[in-house]
Write a protein that binds this ligand. Structure first.
Ligand SMILES: [Zn+2]
Ligand SMILES: [Zn+2]
Length: 381
């Protein structure tokens, strides 16, 4: 589906608006507030220099982050990992045949994951010690994008405006002319933070200066002071609130889409890699699947280098295709899957193949997770 023309125009226009606002406010602040009013008229030379230096630091970092986020995509499943273009067949297409082997290509197991680099590593044990867990559709098929004709890795979503899938999609942002996701989330966050600091600094230093100049010393009001104060106030507090929200998302390893989702995830637990030996477990709504603790969550987005946190340089961990699950969620999911497997008789133990001929088992345990079936085609689109 092609993006709407109006959305394309907005996407192409807002970056110029952002640059115009940054350029205009910088001109007014430096030349008309600091140099003309504070330095020349009020005679506070040192104060004016300090004000300009601090504002310029925030302003340069804001522009730098903005340039990087505009130049860096969030990452798409298509670009790096070509997928088969046909959707995987339905498991229940023919009840007389065994289910097709559709082992999810992107799945997490502690044994097959390097937490330092956040990349999958080969699993050497056969059968694997740790089952593989991935987000799938309610019937165990891999999540699939009908528009892109690609399998969607965990946390990837299709964006209508971009007309492509986005890895670990947070939201589509017309101010950066694209999606915010795995590959550019850090740059977006730094842009929001530095721009809010710049705007708040301009507001906090311009307002007292203007009051002093006009009320006490009888200066004529420069209307551009007022415009700049209003702009700095609006964008400063708005972006500060935005910074806090996204800082919280980074610390808790969630995204805007995940935080507002009102559906459960369907987790497929593969006991081996044959594609036949698996169970499906539904999570509670709102359960945080990928939380690793504040420190690990922060480093997974901002990088391992403390100095690198402040600069828009690329050091996000992982490739955006596979994310480690929270250990409690993983353990609980695997435990539940083994219980289901035992109860249903579909799998005598983890090394034998199940039969999908029999109906899904009745759940007898009032555990937080239970096997649920739904008419929806996807658990989280
Ligand atoms: Zn797509
Ligand atoms: Zn988008």
């Amino acid at each position: 589906m092609a993006p709407q023309i109006g959305a394309v125009v907005v996407d192409r226009t807002l970056p110029f608006v952002s640059l115009a606002l940054l350029g205009y406010t910088w001109y007014v602040y430096v030349f008309r507030v600091c140099i003309s009013a504070i330095y020349n008229e009020l005679g506070k030379k040192a104060e004016a220099v300090v004000f300009i230096v601090i504002a310029c630091i925030f302003w340069v970092f804001s522009l730098w982050s903005y340039a990087v986020v505009l130049a860096t995509g969030p990452g798409t499943p298509e670009k790096n990992y070509p997928q088969p273009v046909q959707p995987p067949p339905l498991a229940e297409a023919n009840a007389n045949l065994p289910p097709p082997a559709t082992s999810p290509p992107f799945a997490y197991s502690p044994e097959g994951f390097d937490m330092q680099t956040m990349h999958q590593v080969p699993v050497l044990s056969d059968p694997p010690t740790d089952p593989f867990v991935s987000v799938t559709q309610h019937d165990g098929r891999p999540r699939f994008c009908e528009h892109c004709q690609r399998i969607k890795p965990d946390r990837a979503h299709h964006c209508r405006e971009c007309d492509s899938c986005t890895l670990k999609m947070d939201h589509h942002c017309p101010w950066v002319s694209g999606c915010v996701g795995h590959g550019n989330y850090k740059f977006f966050f730094l842009f929001v933070v530095y721009t809010s600091l710049y705007a708040l600094w301009v507001f906090a230093t311009t307002l007292p200066t203007v009051i002093d100049a006009v009320a006490k010393r009888g200066f004529d009001i420069d209307v551009q002071w007022i415009v700049t104060i209003v702009l700095a106030f609006l964008f400063g507090f708005l972006l500060f609130a935005f910074s806090c929200v996204h800082g919280y998302y980074i610390l808790t390893n969630t995204t805007t889409i995940e935080s507002i989702s009102d559906r459960p995830y369907y987790l497929r637990v593969d006991f081996d890699r044959t594609g036949y030996s698996y169970q499906i477990v539904a999570t509670d709504i709102g359960e945080k699947l990928w939380g690793l603790g504040y420190s690990a969550n922060w480093r997974s987005v901002m990088g391992n280098s403390v100095a690198g946190w402040f600069f828009p340089i690329r050091n996000v961990l992982g490739n955006g295709f596979t994310y480690p699950f929270n250990s409690e969620v993983y353990d609980k999911t695997v435990r539940r899957a083994r219980d289901q497997s035992r109860m249903s008789g579909m799998q005598q133990n983890d090394s034998t193949l199940p039969s999908m001929d029999s109906p899904p088992p009745k759940d007898t345990t009032p555990a937080p997770m239970s096997r649920r079936y739904s008419s929806e085609t996807d658990s989280l689109v």
